[in-house]
Design a protein around this ligand. Structure first.
Ligand SMILES: [Zn+2]
Length: 186
């Protein structure tokens, strides 16, 4: 593996910092973020098939294997990482909601997404209460892994190099998400 590729894989770091800045289209202040947290349901299509409870959903590995594609299973249940640039959701810019591909819990809205330049769908905040976190030391350096609070599925890692005002970058595997546009077909 080339050193550059290795470094990118290690930290999920943006290729060019400038790209990140240019794509940082988040709200101007913390109040704007609060607003996004409070009004996330305005991004939800009427009658959308989503889970509106965070009550834990437990299934055996065999059950998950039947419900998920091998790529989804590899990320959600085995903490794998998809190839950067491989998700069609990288370019998804329509208004709508991103839900967990395994259990349909709403996780992010389109207004929380930004272009990080990493090749993974990136968000500067989340729908409140959607995730639990855990430190992982898989790559020696500590990282904060996050998972769906309902089904426990692994989604990605959160870094502190995101845009203002949150400074957070939720680096999410696209294959672990399902996008529901506010209007029109998925
Ligand atoms: Zn889930």
């Amino acid at each position: 593996m080339k050193r550059r590729t290795l470094l990118q894989a290690l930290a999920g770091m943006p290729l060019i910092a400038a790209l990140r800045q240019a794509g940082a289209a988040g709200p101007a202040d913390a109040k704007g973020v609060e607003e996004l947290h409070r009004n996330w349901k305005t991004f939800l299509a009427s009658g959308a098939d989503v889970a509106l409870t965070t009550e834990p959903l437990r299934r055996s590995n065999d059950e998950w294997r039947k419900l998920l594609t091998p790529a989804q299973y590899g990320v959600l249940r085995e903490e794998g990482t998809e190839r950067p640039g491989s998700s069609p959701l990288n370019g998804e810019k329509r208004p709508g909601v991103f839900v967990c591909a395994a259990c349909s819990l709403p996780l992010f809205t389109s207004a929380m997404k930004y272009e990080s330049g990493t090749g993974w769908p990136s968000f500067f905040t989340t729908i409140p209460g959607a995730f639990g976190t855990r430190r992982d030391f898989r790559l020696i350096l500590p990282r904060t892994e996050y998972h769906c609070i309902r089904c426990g599925g692994h989604h990605g890692h959160v870094f502190d190099d995101g845009p203002r005002p949150t400074g957070q970058r939720y680096c999410n595997n696209g294959v672990a998400l399902r996008f529901i546009p506010k209007t029109g077909a998925a």
